[in-house]
Design a protein around this ligand. Structure first.
Ligand SMILES: Cc1cc2nc3c(=O)[nH]c(=O)nc-3n(C[C@H](O)[C@H](O)[C@H](O)COP(=O)(O)OP(=O)(O)OC[C@H]3O[C@@H](n4cnc5c(N)ncnc54)[C@H](O)[C@@H]3O)c2cc1C
Length: 448
């Protein structure tokens, strides 16, 4: 590759703090708030003009159940339920209670403002919006000394004792030289759309959009939708950009434009072929296409699908979930669900769902699974953690833990872990995880 040499430069340090969180989805915001509530001085760096990540910028407005499969054990609380309570006060969330699929559908723009409030309430968090992390400054093996950022002001540095990578794409972990990996086939990104005038069912729209006999039909992928509280709008997730790795800038550009082309195709096909959708109109497009998967950090432990489906308990567990294994075909039609109760469903757009089992009839099912802290600790890192979807998990385990009620728990845990590491002068891989778990519990998180 042709290269140019940039002139050497001195970069001003704009902030000195205890914990620098890179990426401001709910994962990153909860990491920042959790550390700040323990007294840490925190920097929170977000590339977009608002917080929330996929929940806001990509319009993914559903969060999954709070309970285990028995419906009796609450799996999370803390900052997640605090956020949902705030949205309830604004009449901006539908709460269906324990439900096999989503529990909460919310207005993502209300979430944007609530996350601002959550951050603003902590005077020891300095937020950086419209700010991209571009490079780490390393000082000794495994030690990140500063994050170089670029924003409207120019190129600046944030010096911190601890760093949390909540970029989803593992930008910090990767650029710091810690090992990362990408699967050969990754779950595809999707551009969501918000429409009014949608009076049909998802099933009816699917038929029109993916029927190969229809001129302009999309290649079979997957389509679902969710209500938009307090309005007649509907979020529809039906596009799929196969083969796009969104941690690669050129592929991200192509995927953004291809996703929007498919949005138009869905609207046109629905208007033409679905009774009741003749007046369907585009009400909103996301600021960012929805990224399901890209890079992962190679950590002290890789969570496996077996551990998830068996409901393996971990002494260093920092998150609990019951959302099933849900793997969107990276290169084809449909998706696979593997439920904790032993059922397996292969859902297609071009053929009926195939019902089967991954476990024999009569097996005693787990009702929830856990994520151990070690899945957030990049190998070789002394003061950096990976939270959110860049954690270490195999394909099936990732299919389950990637949903936001799970990634958000890893954020809160990373914030507390960073503080524990600082407080006890330990490397992130050497902290006392009993102390981490008890601090998390004190913050209102569910620790099982
Ligand atoms: C179409 C679609 C539907 C989905 N459906 C659901 C669902 O119904 N329910 C559910 O719970 N989950 C769902 N998911 C999964 C879920 O949205 C993601 O797994 C989750 O948002 C991941 O959270 P995260 O914090 O790791 O990353 P993200 O939400 O991707 O957030 C990363 C943040 O980091 C910022 N960032 C990235 N790089 C940089 C940088 N270099 N500098 C500064 N900031 C940076 C980004 O702007 C972003 O705000 C869906 C995903 C998609 C794409």
């Amino acid at each position: 590759m042709d290269t140019i040499r940039e002139p050497q430069r001195q970069t001003p340090v704009c902030h000195d703090c205890d914990v620098c969180v890179v990426g401001g989805s709910t994962t990153g915001v909860y990491a920042a708030v959790a550390a700040a509530r323990l007294g840490a001085r925190v920097a929170l760096v977000e590339a977009m003009g608002y917080f929330g990540g996929m929940a806001t910028a990509a319009l993914v407005n559903c969060w999954h159940t709070r309970f285990d499969d028995s419906g009796k054990v609450a799996l999370f609380a803390g900052l997640i339920t605090e956020t949902m309570e705030r949205l309830k006060r604004r009449d901006a969330v539908i709460d269906r209670g324990h439900h096999a699929y989503w529990q909460y559908a919310f207005n993502p723009f209300e979430l944007v403002v609530e996350l601002d409030e959550l951050v603003r309430e902590q005077s020891n968090i300095r937020p950086f919006l419209h700010t991209r992390f571009v490079a780490p400054v390393m000082e000794g093996p495994g030690h990140v000394a500063a994050a170089i950022i670029e924003d409207k002001t120019g190129r600046r540095a944030i010096r911190a004792a601890m760093f949390i990578d909540a970029t989803g794409d593992g930008d910090l972990v990767h650029r710091a030289g810690f090992e990362t990996y990408r699967r050969d086939v990754i779950q595809p990104p999707t551009t969501c759309l918000v429409a009014n005038g949608f009076t049909a069912t998802n099933e009816e729209v699917k038929e029109a959009v993916f029927d190969p006999r229809t001129p302009g039909a999309l290649r079979p992928g997957f389509l679902w939708g969710a209500p938009w509280p307090g309005s007649t709008l509907r979020m529809i997730a039906g596009t799929r950009v196969h083969g796009a790795d969104c941690s690669d800038a050129d592929q991200l550009t192509r995927a953004e434009m291809e996703g929007r082309r498919q949005v138009h195709a869905i609207l046109d096909l629905a208007r033409r072929h679905v009774p009741g959708c003749e007046d369907m109109r585009l009400a909103a497009l996301p600021a960012h296409l929805g990224v399901r998967e890209s890079r992962h950090a190679r950590c002290l432990h890789q969570l496996t699908e077996g551990e998830v489906l068996r409901g393996e308990r971990f002494l260093d567990a920092i998150a609990n979930g019951s959302y099933p294994v849900d793997v969107h075909a990276g290169d084809g039609d449909g998706l696979i669900f593997r439920h904790l109760d032993g059922r397996e469903q292969r859902c297609y757009m071009s053929a009926p769902t195939v019902e089967g089992r991954w476990a024999p009839e009569g097996h005693v099912p787990a009702t929830y699974y856990q994520v151990p802290y070690r899945c957030l600790v990049p190998r070789g890192a002394r003061n950096a953690l990976a939270a959110g979807r860049c954690l270490d998990a195999d394909e099936g385990a990732f299919g389950a833990v990637r949903v936001m009620v799970n990634t958000a728990q890893t954020g809160q845990a990373a914030g507390v872990a960073a503080w524990v590491a600082l407080d006890t002068a330990r490397a992130v891989g050497e902290i006392d995880t009993d102390r981490l778990r008890s601090r998390l519990a004190q913050q209102g998180a569910v620790v099982l």
